[in-house]
Design a protein around this ligand. Structure first.
Ligand SMILES: Cc1cc2nc3c(=O)[nH]c(=O)nc-3n(C[C@H](O)[C@H](O)[C@H](O)COP(=O)(O)O)c2cc1C
Length: 404
C-alpha cells in the first residue's frame, strides 16, 4: 500500500526579500527539496544585496530569478509565466518594505508582479525588528494582506539579529516546512473530533518514586499532528510532563482549533480525562502506554531505604477496553498492541476482537521510543504489513485508511 507524501512533486515558488533572516532560506530550500518538492526562487532587489542568487540556484537546482529578468526581451511575459507555475508561493522572509508594497498592489518588481498575477495560494512569513512589526503602518498592511486572502504566518518571539528580544523572528525552518506540508495534506477529517491518548503513565510507590514505561509519545504526537493537518479537532491526553515537539499553528489558513493537550500522570487520570472526552469524539485512538499495574497503596512521603521492598500491585483501568465497549455505531476506535515478535499476530488478532476495536496496530517490543518500526495493521477487513515504517508515515497510513 502506498501512503501520501504531501510535498512530492509539488511546485513551490519561494519569493525571497532582503531581511536578515534570508540565510535561513538555504535550509528551507534543502528541506522542501528533500521532501520531493520542486523549488524556484525569485529574489527582490533587497534580497540581492544580501545574497548572490547563485546560492539559491545551486540549492534548488533551478534558475533563481532576479529583477534583471523582469524586462528581458525573451518573448514570454515572465511574471505571468511565474505566476502560473507554482502550487503554492511562500514569501520568506517578508520584509516590512515588501509587505507595504504588496499591500498597495504595487507591481514594480518581478516578485510583486508575480504575486499580483498569480492564482496560487500565497503564504507570507514576515520577519523584522519588533518595533517595525508593531508599527501601525505594518499592522495595517498585514490586515490588508489578510483581507486580500494572503495567508500571513505570525512571526515568532525570541532573540532578534538586532540584539533585542521580542516578536519578529522568522519561525524555525522545521515550522515553516510543516505549514507547507499541512497546506497540501488532504482535509479528509474536517468536522471530525479525534481523541488520542499518548505517552506513558506513572503509578506512584511513594510521593517521589513511581513505576512507568519507555513510551516516548512519538506515535501519539504524529497521529495528533496528522489529524490536525487533516482538519480534525484534536484532543490529546498526554502522559509526559512536557510536549517536546514542533506543532505549527495553522490558523493563518484554517479555522480548526489548535490541538488541545491534557497533561495527566496516572492511569486513573488518563482514564478519567479520556472518558470525559470519548462520547463527543468520532475517532478515538488509544496510542498511550498506561501502566497495567499500580501499587495497591501509595506511601505518603518518601520510603526509607530497606534491604528489600515488596510492593503489592493491582490492575489499573483498561482504558481502551472500557471506552471501546461503550462506542456507538458512529464511533471508530483504534487500539495498539505492543508484543514480542513471535506472539504478535496471534495476540493482536485476539486483542482487536476482545477490546472491540475497529482497527488495531500491532508492533514489536523494540518499537518503544524509536522513530520507525515494523507494523501490522488489522483493518475491519484486511491485514496490512509494513517494514521499517517511520511513525509519521504510520499516522498517514492510518488516516488514509480512515478517509478512503
Ligand atoms: C543589515 C540589514 C538588515 C535588515 N533586516 C531587515 C529585516 O530583518 N526585516 C525587514 O523588514 N527589513 C530589514 N532590513 C531593511 C530592508 O533590507 C530594506 O527595507 C530593503 O529595502 C528591503 O528590500 P526588499 O523589500 O526589496 O526585499 C534590513 C536592512 C539591513 C541593511
Amino acid at each position: 500500500m502506498s501512503f501520501s507524501e504531501p510535498l512530492r512533486n509539488k511546485k513551490i515558488l519561494i519569493g525571497v526579500c532582503g531581511g536578515i533572516a534570508i540565510y535561513k532560506v538555504c535550509e528551507l530550500i534543502r528541506k522542501l527539496k528533500n521532501e520531493g518538492a520542486q523549488i524556484t526562487t525569485v529574489l527582490t532587489t533587497g534580497a540581492e544585496k544580501f545574497i548572490n542568487p547563485v546560492l539559491f540556484a545551486s540549492l534548488s537546482e533551478n534558475k533563481a530569478y532576479t529583477n534583471e529578468d523582469f524586462f528581458k526581451p525573451e518573448g514570454s511575459i515572465l511574471h505571468i509565466e511565474l505566476g502560473k507555475y507554482p502550487d503554492v508561493i511562500l514569501v520568506v522572509p517578508a520584509t516590512a518594505s515588501f509587505i507595504s508594497k504588496l499591500a498597495t498592489g504595487s507591481a514594480s518588481e518581478l516578485l510583486l508582479a508575480t504575486l499580483l498575477s498569480t492564482k496560487a495560494p500565497v503564504y507570507i512569513f514576515p520577519s523584522m525588528n519588533t518595533s517595525m512589526w508593531e508599527h501601525p503602518a505594518t499592522k495595517e498592511n498585514i490586515e490588508r494582506l489578510k483581507r486580500y486572502d494572503y495567508f500571513v504566518y505570525d512571526p515568532s518571539e525570541g532573540p532578534l539579529a538586532c540584539g533585542e528580544t521580542g516578536k519578529g523572528r522568522l519561525p524555525e525552518i522545521e515550522e515553516i516546512s510543516e505549514v507547507v506540508k499541512a497546506h497540501f495534506v488532504k482535509k479528509n477529517l474536517l468536522g471530525k473530533k479525534v481523541l488520542i491518548t499518548g505517552g506513558p503513565t506513572r503509578e506512584y510507590i511513594d510521593e517521589v518514586r513511581f513505576i512507568t514505561n519507555a513510551s516516548s509519545g512519538k506515535t501519539a504526537f504524529f497521529l495528533a499532528k496528522e489529524a490536525y493537518y487533516r482538519g480534525a479537532e484534536v484532543h490529546l491526553v498526554w502522559g509526559l510532563d512536557t510536549f517536546p515537539y514542533v506543532l505549527p499553528k495553522l490558523n493563518c489558513f484554517s479555522k480548526v482549533p489548535f490541538p488541545k493537550v491534557y497533561f495527566v500522570k496516572t492511569t486513573k487520570e488518563m482514564f478519567e480525562t479520556a472518558k470525559s472526552l470519548f462520547p463527543q469524539c468520532n475517532i478515538s485512538i488509544f496510542a498511550g502506554a498506561p501502566c497495567d499495574f499500580r501499587p495497591k497503596s501509595s506511601f505518603k512521603g518518601k520510603l526509607k531505604k530497606k534491604e528489600t521492598l515488596a510492593i503489592d500491585l493491582e490492575l489499573t483501568e483498561d482504558i481502551a477496553k472500557i471506552l471501546s465497549a461503550e462506542k456507538t455505531e458512529k464511533q471508530i476506535t483504534i487500539g495498539f498492541a505492543l508484543e514480542e515478535r513471535k506472539k504478535l499476530l496471534n495476540y493482536a488478532k485476539k486483542k482487536k476482537k476482545k477490546k472491540n476495536f475497529d482497527y488495531l496496530v500491532a508492533n514489536p517490543l523494540d518499537a518503544a521510543g524509536k522513530f520507525e518500526s515494523d507494523y501490522v495493521i488489522f483493518t475491519p477487513k484486511d491485514l496490512l504489513e509494513f517494514k521499517n515504517l517511520p511513525k509519521f508515515q504510520l499516522a498517514r497510513v492510518l488516516f488514509d485508511l480512515l478517509g478512503s
